[in-house]
Ligand binder design. Structure first.
Ligand code: FES
Ligand SMILES: [Fe+2]
Length: 336
């Protein structure tokens, strides 16, 4: 496990080094990595995540699998030219095959399979058209969902939010937005009427507020946001009297910056698609308002006030939250 900072974000630090300089790797969370539609049966895709890379594919049984992307033999990237064979993935270089558990199943040259020939297999889930992986040895909490989603009554749309520029901050920084009540009014023109925060367990908390969206939409917005890990939100609310549920989560994608994926759900009735179009546009607008600020912040000195209480509580939890690197996960695979 990587060393962690323990300082209080409400206190200034000296020497210009940010207490949020958390080192390589990422917080152990569920991260969205691709849309289901991008990974049909037999297709292999690669995604940068944290300080490493994951290969995602769908076996002939239709199940999504996600593993560390570099072949144990000579380091070929399995997502570049790798092929799905049955439910296994075959390296393009010398055709070693890996399957469930990340185990090497076959070496065509005939050598005995070494025990260390093992990829790290991520816990993976697929829901509402999004593929998620847990960046960590074992999931610390269940992936957020909507148990009462009913396909006869609801319609869901998942998508990657189109940001105007590469987002260079870590996912948790994006999540501070939820707790940063003051900026909702000043930067986004959303007036929060009443807010509350409740910690459920070390990995989840709940924030509720009532809001007036100003010129971003019609009708009042009632929000009850659950924050999962340090990077995901789940909200069940309504906008302008219409059901609006959403899940939004960011993922650290190395050279591609931090990406943000969403699932938005509403009732399956007249105007649903237009409603979802407007939601996608509204969330993109809000995030693009945050983007230039987040990309250019300096976090070595903070002067948080009593009205920033929710924000500083979240920042403290970020500093305590477990982190891991891809190298550590790959080492774990070899020991199993
Ligand atoms: S590098 Fe993958 S089989 Fe040789
Ligand atoms: Fe914001």
């Amino acid at each position: 496990m990587a060393a962690r900072a323990t300082a209080d974000p409400a206190e200034s630090t000296s020497g210009g080094r940010s207490i949020f300089d958390l080192g390589p790797g990422a917080h152990e969370c569920w991260y969205p990595v691709a849309l289901s539609a991008d990974v049909p049966k037999g297709k292999v895709v690669g995604r940068d995540i944290a300080d490493g890379r994951v290969v995602v594919y769908r076996g002939e049984d239709g199940v999504i699998r996600a593993m560390s992307a570099y072949c144990k033999h000579m380091g070929a990237d399995l997502s570049v030219g790798g092929e799905v064979v049955g439910n296994d993935i075959r390296c393009p270089f010398h055709h070693w095959s890996y399957g469930d558990g990340g185990d090497c199943k076959h070496i065509p040259a005939g050598d005995e399979i070494p025990k260390r020939a093992k990829l790290f297999e991520f816990a993976a889930r697929e829901q509402f058209g999004l593929i998620w992986v847990f960046f960590g040895k074992t999931p610390l909490y269940e992936l957020q969902t909507f148990e009462d989603f009913d396909e006869t009554k609801h319609v869901a749309r998942s998508f990657e939010v189109q940001l105007n520029d590469k987002l260079n901050c870590e996912p948790w920084m994006f999540t501070t937005n939820v707790y940063d009540i003051a900026h909702l009014r000043s930067l986004h023109g959303i007036n929060i009427v009443h807010s509350e925060v409740e910690e459920i367990d070390p990995y989840r908390s709940r924030m509720s507020w009532d809001a007036d969206l100003g010129d971003k939409g019609t009708g009042g917005l009632r929000m009850e946001i659950y924050v999962y890990g340090v990077n995901s939100l789940r909200n069940k609310g309504e906008q302008g009297g219409r059901l609006k549920w959403y899940i939004g989560a960011s993922v650290p994608s190395a050279r591609h910056g931090t990406k943000f994926f969403m699932t938005v759900i509403t009732t399956n009735e007249e105007g649903a698609e237009e409603f979802l179009d407007r939601q996608a546009a509204m969330h993109a607008q809000i995030m693009n308002e945050d983007l230039p600020v987040l990309n250019n912040m300096r976090l070595d000195e903070l002067l948080l006030l009593p009205s920033d209480r929710a924000l500083s509580r979240f920042m403290r939890s970020v500093l305590k939250y477990p982190r891991v690197t891809m190298k550590e996960l790959e080492r774990t695979a070899k020991m199993d």
